[in-house]
Write a protein that binds this ligand. Sequence first.
Ligand SMILES: NC(=O)c1ccc[n+]([C@@H]2O[C@H](COP(=O)([O-])OP(=O)(O)OC[C@H]3O[C@@H](n4cnc5c(N)ncnc54)[C@H](O)[C@@H]3O)[C@@H](O)[C@H]2O)c1
Length: 266
Amino acid sequence: MSARPARTVVITGAAAGIGRRTALTLAGNGWTVGAFDLDETGLATLADEAGRLPGRILTGHLDVTDAAEFAERVDGFVAETGRLDAIVNNAGILLAGRFEEIDVAKQHREIDINTKGVVNGLHAAFAHLKATPGSVAVNLASASAIYGQAEIANYSATKFFVRGLTEALDIEWKRHGIRVAAIWPLYVQTAMTDDIKTGTTDRLGIKLGPQDVADAIVGAIDPPLPRRLAKQVHFTVGAQTRAMALGSRFSPAWLTRAVNKNLAGH
Ligand SMILES: NC(=O)c1ccc[n+]([C@@H]2O[C@H](COP(=O)([O-])OP(=O)(O)OC[C@H]3O[C@@H](n4cnc5c(N)ncnc54)[C@H](O)[C@@H]3O)[C@@H](O)[C@H]2O)c1
């Protein structure tokens, strides 16, 4: 009797932070992981670290803003593994500060990576996910997609894009057998938040680590039965995010605005 083939996943932004932790966690669970990033030095250390795990990690250069390179990498990965059970669109950057003081070209790059990067990933993965029963696309949203966040306005807006895209495609791609889910962490201790200081980070602190988010991603890929039956699309990470998401759902608009204004220290 032949062994069941390993499940496979493509993860972007996998050289560091949340993406790296997710790659190691899934490879630890026996998955074959396609780990892609701009940072080839970080990928080389990831490949070394993966040597001891039951699964495999294959690495490769990818700039998620390049649709042609994205398609080439995903096709190459599937040619080697034979299937694609999941994609985790994780690569992202964060610019913090007063909106008018941030260089517009940098803001455009933030939009390109955080939004078009996800669009490119979903296009690159679609045919392969469709061909694999029980497949899923997981996109990294953020607690900043609950209400627009002062001092990370452009970033926050990119995560609203991810939220909308996820909700729409989860409905649209059901007929292809593909689930689409979004992950909602508040601030996480990674390189992304190393130099970030906003009113919200001062007030709420940075309480989550990359493993918390990796566990939520694994939980979104393989949800427990009640969440699967509830067709859960959004997966919050941590008690603070859950409280904020619930609060914004049940509070009047003026109160949600006031809470967010106070949290940002404005
Ligand atoms: N850290 C947080 O507080 C936090 C909170 C909520 C959501 N998120 C989201 O989680 C995701 C991962 O964040 P992180 O904290 O691990 O960040 P990180 O900075 O630690 O890692 C991001 C990785 O993405 C890679 N990357 C950047 N641009 C890329 C591109 N164009 N193509 C391919 N790879 C690229 C980087 O090289 C890096 O390895 C992001 O989408 C982020 O918005 C993070």
